[in-house]
Design a protein around this ligand. Structure first.
Ligand code: NAD
Length: 349
């Protein structure tokens, strides 16, 4: 008998509100879930958005924490927790990209507060229970249902201000979630469907966003893809690609989203012999014949940097990075030895 693959699946209880203009519903959504006394969590320098949120939420906002930064440095978490203890909010509202969401999750690990999110990039962190904190040169990550957001309000109009190059890289970060979900062991049919929608949406939307950053249709399709990619990431184990990017970002300080874009075609090429059916589905969703070649072509269309050296990676660090990648287990269709990871990184230089 030809058995279909077995799968496991967890469901989170995140309410999602998606559509142009939904920022106007944010206050009602918070009230409906009794999410009062809001601490707003943002990256620095988003003053314009702050006045927008104050106009929508009024005195529901009790304080603003603008300490969010890439990879969630532990010092920022400590400062934010002190702020929480002073301001005594009942809700954390992350407004922004993965950095703002990441800081809210790190706070919630220390002080159990519900999280609401208004995403303004395509990172997808709002749909996951995955947290990360960087302490010195080491990034720790984990999954904890307690940090999964309670409500997410996606308004594509809020992404119009995201510069085209940032949009492109952020979108490829989402593509990477979907790609790794496609070949994850025991991925559920729902995770695969989400990944498929993400790849179809993002591969069509991102070139349109770069060509016309003011196109609300392109922005809406990109944000839909990002949402689906976040769902796929939440429901499936991430593999070698995420492990490599985690090391390159957390230990070597490479920029998160552009690094995902540069590494992805190399990992997909490496995994292709071990997961032919998944790769065929990825290729079909991308409307290409070969998944790795299609992803490399998408990077070029989007004008993204495809060299790790250009992104700041020192070739002298290749061996140490390969050691860090291979010292912890991860699930992937094809196991990679130290020498194979080293060669992959060299190819991506
Ligand atoms: P980011 O949140 O750092 O945002 C990038 C920059 O864009 C920031 O300067 C921000 O202020 C600005 N910005 C955001 N939205 C904007 C808008 N609409 N208009 C203008 N500027 C805007 O970057 P990111 O790529 O969204 O997130 C990366 C971080 O998220 C990394 O730390 C990564 O590890 C994490 N991440 C976590 C998960 C997860 O599930 N835990 C998933 C993906 C990414």
């Amino acid at each position: 008998m030809n058995l279909l693959p077995s799968f496991t699946s967890d469901w989170s209880r995140t309410r999602v509100v998606f559509g142009v203009g939904t920022i106007d519903r944010l206050a009602a959504e918070l009230d409906a879930l009794a999410l009062a006394r809001v601490l707003l969590v943002v990256t620095p320098g988003r003053a314009r958005d702050l006045s927008l949120l104050r106009s929508k939420l009024g005195d529901r906002i009790v304080d603003v924490c603008d300490g969010a930064a890439l990879h969630v440095p532990i010092e920022r978490v400590r400062a934010a927790v002190e702020q929480v203890d002073r301001a005594r909010p009942q809700t954390l509202l992350a407004f922004g990209g993965g950095s703002a969401v990441g800081l809210a999750k790190a706070i919630a690990l220390e002080r159990p507060l519900p999280i609401a999110v208004v995403p303004t990039t395509y990172a997808g962190s709002e749909m996951t229970s995955v947290w990360g904190i960087t302490d010195g040169a080491k990034k720790r990550t984990g999954r904890n249902p307690a940090v999964a957001p309670r409500v997410v309000v996606y308004d594509p109009a809020l992404t119009l201000s995201l510069p085209a190059p940032v949009s492109a890289a952020s979108g490829m970060n989402a593509v990477a979630h979907a790609v790794e979900a496609m070949y994850a062991p025991e991925a559920s049919p729902i995770a695969l469907a989400a990944a498929d929608d993400a790849l179809r949406s993002l591969s069509r939307a991102l070139p349109a966003v770069v060509a016309r950053p003011d196109s609300i249709d392109a922005r809406t399709l990109a944000l839909r893809g990002a949402h689906c990619a976040g769902v796929a990431m939440e429901m499936a184990a991430m593999g070698l690609h995420h492990k490599i990017c985690h090391v390159l970002g957390g230990t070597f300080g490479l920029p998160h989203a552009p690094t995902h874009a540069a590494v992805l075609p190399h990992v997909v090429a490496f995994n292709t012999p071990a997961a032919p059916a998944a790769m065929a589905r990825i290729a079909e969703a991308l409307a290409t014949d070969d998944a790795a070649i299609g992803l490399a072509a998408l990077n070029r269309t989007l004008g993204l940097v495809t060299s790790l050296r250009t992104l700041g990676f020192d070739p002298a660090d290749v061996d140490r990075a390969a050691t860090l990648v291979t010292e912890q287990p991860y699930r992937s269709p094809r196991g990679a030895s130290w020498a194979e990871v080293r060669d992959l990184l060299r190819n991506a230089l």
